[in-house]
Design a protein around this ligand. Structure first.
Ligand code: ADP
Length: 495
């Protein structure tokens, strides 16, 4: 080796040695950094995995969001449909309200409904959406051919659907074929005796998968439908009953009108009859009374005592008869409107004083007191003076007749709106409750000891009632056996 070579070798060694040392150092450092590098790589791998997971989760979330959106749209459709059908009260109209748009919002395009027809023992088609006539006829025959299975599922309130494992009655595959769908739900309508039926919805779109959630929605729809059908049935029943009732009321009203007319005719005939009979009776009665009176004067010869006594009886009874005939005549005249009330302003106190004067002898004889409590503000009435006198005479005479000695009779008055209410109160025997209305009817007399002793016609109160009513007033009685009676009547106040 030459000197130059040695020098070159030395230079080479001197230059490469540091490089080699550097290389060795780098390798050494690299080895030292390897675990860190590995951990960074692992972190990067982890991050990649997480990114993938996030993308996957995002996709799933999107799917869930889509399903949720579908459900919300379905719920809205259901809510709209429910509102419409719940407001419908005719069965046919309820089914007409189920339109394709609602099914579309539920992601379905086919639907139909059947109701059980108990009379014909078959399922009757009530609506169909998305089917041709021949297709729906085939479905109808299928449903009726398997009616026992369908009835069983309705009665047991089950839902048939294409959700795997949901059916045990009829295979989903068979139903898919018959109803021409790839997924479906059949829900029962009111599993009661009335309106028993089913509702079917389905789709042939492979992208629309029917889920359990859809099943829930259709169940709700079926319940709403069933309820609406039940409401319609009840409404129809109530409406029919009302129609029936109205018909009956009209019939009865007609019958009553006819009966009332008949009663009016009979009453007019009776009034005429009473009036003519009374007239006819008056003439012979007057002559009987006249002859008896002549005989009693003794002008036709002295009468033996017993003949006189009998004649006096004839005379008394004739008086009673004349009185009765006159009252009957008055009643029939007022009843037939032949007597018009000559109304004028009358002072009640004056009338009662006059009647008290007239009856003072009898009042004294029977040891009864009559008190007048007619106040200034309830004193003037618009009435026929003579007729009102008769009213007071009748009421006070009755009070006297039915009140024992030492009893009290009080006449009062008070103003009630535009009427004056007069009361004639006594402390007499009273009137049994069951007779309190009847006493105003012709010839009615209470069967009591006083009436058995004292003669009467049972016409006085009838006449009084007619007079008061002819003044547009009313008359009534309040009475308690043993405590007395109060006869009240109203007359128009004179203002
Ligand atoms: P009459 O007095 O001729 O029997 P009314 O028509 O005046 O006929 O009376 C009918 C019946 O009403 C009387 O028979 C009597 O039984 C009952 N009556 C009327 N006023 C009174 C009274 N103030 N107290 C008890 N009973 C009475």
């Amino acid at each position: 080796m030459s000197y130059l070579d040695k020098i070159l070798l030395l230079i080479y060694v001197l230059t490469t040695l540091p490089l080699a040392i550097l290389l060795i150092y780098k390798v050494y450092r690299l080895n030292q950094l390897q675990p860190k590098f590995n951990s960074v790589k692992k972190s990067l791998d982890d991050m990649d995995e997480q990114a993938k997971l996030i993308v996957r989760t995002d996709m799933e979330l999107n799917k869930i969001q889509e399903a949720l959106d579908k459900k919300i749209t379905g719920l809205y459709a259901l809510q709209r449909l429910s509102r419409i059908i719940s407001m419908t009260l005719e069965e046919d109209q309820i089914f007409k309200r189920i339109q394709a748009e609602y099914l579309e919002d539920l992601g379905l395009e086919k639907g139909c409904g059947f109701l059980w027809d108990e009379r014909n023992k078959q399922f009757a088609l009530r609506f169909s959406i998305g089917y041709r006539d021949d297709e729906i006829m085939a479905i109808k025959s299928f449903v009726n051919n398997s009616q026992e299975k369908f009835l069983d599922f309705i009665i047991n309130d089950k839902t048939l659907s294409s959700v795997p494992g949901a059916n045990d009655l009829i295979s989903a595959q068979q139903l898919n074929t018959v109803f021409k769908v790839i997924s479906f739900i059949i829900s029962p309508l009111l599993p009661q005796q009335n309106n028993r039926g089913l509702i079917f919805v389905g789709t042939e779109n492979p992208e629309t998968v029917i889920t359990e959630g859809d099943e829930e929605l259709i169940k709700i729809l079926a319940t709403q439908l069933g309820q609406a059908l039940e409401n319609a049935r009840l409404f129809e029943k109530t409406w029919r009953a009302q129609q029936e009732l109205e018909k009956k009321v009209t019939e009865r009203t007609h019958e009553l009108t006819l009966a009332l007319e008949e009663v009016k005719k009979i009453s007019a005939r009776k009034t005429n009859f009473v009036s003519s009979v009374s007239h006819e009776l008056r003439t012979p009665l007057t002559s009987i009374k006249g002859y008896a009176a002549i005989l009693l004067t003794g002008k036709l010869g002295e009468l033996p005592k017993d003949v006189r006594e009998r004649l006096e009886k004839i005379n008394r009874h004739s008086d009673e008869l004349v009185h009765m005939v006159n009252e009957l005549l008055d009643i029939s005249r007022i009843e037939s409107g032949k007597v018009t009330m000559r109304t004028e302003i009358c002072n009640l106190k004056e009338i009662v004083d006059k009647v008290e004067d007239l009856l003072s002898g009898q009042l004294k004889e029977r040891k009864l007191s009559l008190t007048t409590g007619i106040t200034q503000d309830a004193n003037l009435v618009l009435a026929d003076r003579t007729q009102i006198e008769r009213v007071f005479i009748n009421l006070i005479s009755n009070a006297m007749r039915f009140t024992p000695a030492q009893g009290k009779i009080t006449v009062t008055s008070r103003k009630v709106d535009k009427m004056i209410e007069v009361g004639v109160r006594d402390t007499g025997c009273g009137i049994p409750e069951e007779a309190q209305e009847a006493i105003f009817e012709e010839f009615f007399r209470v069967d009591n000891a006083i009436n058995q002793e004292v003669r009467g016609t049972g016409l006085g109160l009838t006449l009084v009632k007619h007079i008061v009513e002819a003044h547009n007033g009313k008359i009534w009685v309040k009475s308690k056996i043993g405590s007395g009676s109060t006869f009240s009547f109203t007359l128009p106040a004179a203002e």
